[in-house]
Design a binder for this molecule. Structure first.
Ligand SMILES: Cc1cc2nc3c(=O)[nH]c(=O)nc-3n(C[C@H](O)[C@H](O)[C@H](O)COP(=O)(O)OP(=O)(O)OC[C@H]3O[C@@H](n4cnc5c(N)ncnc54)[C@H](O)[C@@H]3O)c2cc1C
Ligand SMILES: NC(=O)c1ccc[n+]([C@@H]2O[C@H](COP(=O)([O-])OP(=O)(O)OC[C@H]3O[C@@H](n4cnc5c(N)ncnc54)[C@H](O)[C@@H]3O)[C@@H](O)[C@H]2O)c1
Length: 502
């Protein structure tokens, strides 16, 4: 029986990162993937959807600019867009696969890759089933489970991945649907609503069971996103509940019941169901060898180690953030931990996220909802993009930054949210400060290039110190500053036209 120091099951971002880190440590690695290397980080997931988003943003921007200068309308072809998306995927596929192929050759004593479905048969043994039916059992001192997740389906909705699809079925479309409904206004739902409305060829409708879209974000983010989607032509069905959704004559019929008792039936060409994801823990043999799995299918783990000492779980399989960067972080961490590098326990408080909306929306650390639910008193400052010269130059002042800090002398940064052009690059400085456990002083005094969007963040932190260039008592609608006590009650920091310093 072949013996390895580590067997990594799953070739998505989490598993790939784990395998590569183990190789750095000169361990004998077996890397197993049953389908395509890259997982949802590449296919029907992060890379593919972000390529669609980038192209849709270019089209939308070009259309807006052309309309302004009275030029002719631009019309894009779905097949051309899909070809571009496929090219992006192909490029990444070649990089990831060639890398594996060459490592197998150059480090053949250390690194093996097998395309097979893996199943644990004991805490140290894995059964590998190849697509030609061949089977083999290998032994490994350590095992990393990185089998990722799949779209959650709802029992009463007939998903066929052609007419009613999940995010796995969108690339099977042959043209822009003339109309579609999206069920679930979380990250995936809002991103695809943005993408299809940006292309301008599809009438998009959006439904969520919660009272507002992006329910896990603060109300201001959710309201801004709602307004931006509506301005892009999206209809958000509010105060309504989905009664049924079915396929009739090759189209989608759905019925909504409104809070006032009214019901309405709608007919659209396609539907996207985006109501969350389910970890792939079935048929893995994990439960049978003693790995405890929660009712929601996530693997119970302490800092990536499962309830079986030599088995680790990383990526979408665990209950924290389902993000490619978090999966990579966990994969690398698990390997360092199992081979005695004693890394500090993982912390998730400085994870940066981007939601690819219009405009992009980025975040790091806590939001107000979270701080209030934990009873943490805080100060929150915000600046509207209309006061940032770079945004003025870009002729796009739609957006804001908001920063949360502790309500004390030190004003440690708790978190930040940014909506607007370049939002994702701008928050990186704040992410770094949170990870270094620093206050705002450093950020207030940094010199940034001019004009740059990040200058808006600097103005926010200067405002907290009572030394902003533009004064909040003058630009009351665009520079806001308030505090929130442990009971969740707000108090104004600009009173009687004077800004209260700590
Ligand atoms: C539409 C969409 C957009 C997204 N956009 C972003 C984004 O912009 N930014 C971001 O950070 N994240 C994004 N994500 C999330 C991100 O893709 C996931 O968090 C990430 O891919 C999880 O990595 P993973 O390695 O845990 O799992 P996966 O990527 O799901 O990979 C798991 C792999 O394991 C394999 N596998 C499963 N079972 C077995 C088995 N028994 N044997 C062998 N192999 C097995 C699967 O075939 C798969 O390749 C997006 C996801 C979706 C669906
Ligand atoms: N840009 C990014 O970083 C990015 C992009 C896409 C996906 N992702 C990851 O993928 C994960 C999954 O995304 P998602 O959008 O599927 O999940 P989500 O948890 O973000 O949103 C699911 C939404 O569906 C709603 N919902 C649940 N059940 C419903 C029902 N029966 N009827 C109507 N609405 C219902 C919820 O209220 C919620 O708003 C995310 O958690 C995220 O981590 C990240």
């Amino acid at each position: 029986m072949n013996r390895f120091d580590i067997c990594v099951i799953g070739g998505g971002p989490a598993g790939y990162a784990a395998a590569m880190r183990a190789l750095d440590l000169n361990k004998r690695v077996l890397f197993v993937e049953k389908n395509k290397i890259g997982g949802a980080g590449v296919y029907n997931g992060a890379l593919s959807s972000k390529t669609f988003w980038e192209l849709s943003r270019d089209v939308s921007l070009a259309r807006k600019r052309l309309q302004k200068y009275a030029c002719t309308e631009i019309k894009v072809d779905f097949k051309e867009i899909l070809n571009d998306v496929k090219e992006a995927i192909f490029l990444r596929k070649v990089q990831l696969e060639t890398h594996i192929l060459l490592l197998q050759r150059k480090k053949k004593d250390l690194f093996s890759y097998i395309k097979a479905e893996a199943r644990l048969v004991s805490a140290n043994e894995v059964l590998l089933k190849k697509s030609n039916g061949d089977e083999e059992i290998i032994s490994a001192d350590n095992i990393v489970l990185a089998t990722g997740s799949r779209p959650r389906k709802l029992a009463h909705i007939p998903i066929d991945e052609k007419i009613i699809v999940t995010s796995d079925g969108i690339e099977c479309f042959t043209d822009f649907p003339e109309s579609m409904v999206i069920l679930g206004a979380g990250v995936i739902g809002c991103e695809w609503a943005t993408i299809f409305s940006n292309f301008g060829r599809t009438k998009v409708n959006l439904i969520d069971k919660a009272d507002r879209i992006l329910p896990f974000e603060d109300e201001d983010i959710s309201l801004t996103t709602q307004t931006n989607l509506e301005d892009n032509g999206v209809t958000i069905h509010k105060n309504s509940q989905l009664v049924r959704m079915e396929i009739k004559n090759g189209r989608v019929e759905y019925e909504l019941r409104y809070k006032d008792g009214r019901s309405e039936i709608y007919n659209v060409e396609k539907a996207l169901v985006s109501v969350g994801r389910v970890p792939n823990t079935e048929n893995l043999g994990a439960k049978e060898v003693g790995v405890v799995i929660n009712d929601n299918c996530t693997v119970v783990n302490e800092d990536t180690r499962t309830t079986v000492a030599n088995i680790y779980a990383v990526g979408d399989l665990t209950s924290d953030f389902a993000l490619a960067n978090v999966g990579e972080l966990e994969g690398r961490h698990a390997v360092e931990k199992m081979f005695g590098l004693n890394p500090k326990p993982l912390t998730y408080k400085n994870i940066s996220t981007i939601m690819f909306l219009s405009p992009e929306t980025a975040g790091v650390g806590m939001n107000e909802q979270e701080a209030r639910s934990k009873g943490i008193p805080y100060r929150v400052v915000s600046i509207d993009y209309s006061l940032i010269p770079r945004a003025i130059a870009m002729r796009n002042t739609n957006g804001f930054f908001k920063i949360l800090v502790t309500n004390d002398e030190e004003m440690k940064i708790l978190g930040m949210r940014a909506v607007g052009v370049h939002a994702s690059s701008a928050i990186q400085a704040v992410a770094l400060l949170i990870s270094m456990d620093k206050g705002i002083e450093e950020l207030a005094e940094l010199i940034h290039p001019h004009p740059s969007i990040i200058e808006g963040i600097q103005e926010c932190v200067r405002m907290l110190k009572g030394k902003s260039i533009l004064k909040p008592e003058i630009f009351k609608d665009m520079l806001k500053c308030r505090g929130c006590n442990e009971k969740g009650e707000y108090f104004e920091l600009v009173q009687n036209d004077t800004f209260t310093k700590i």
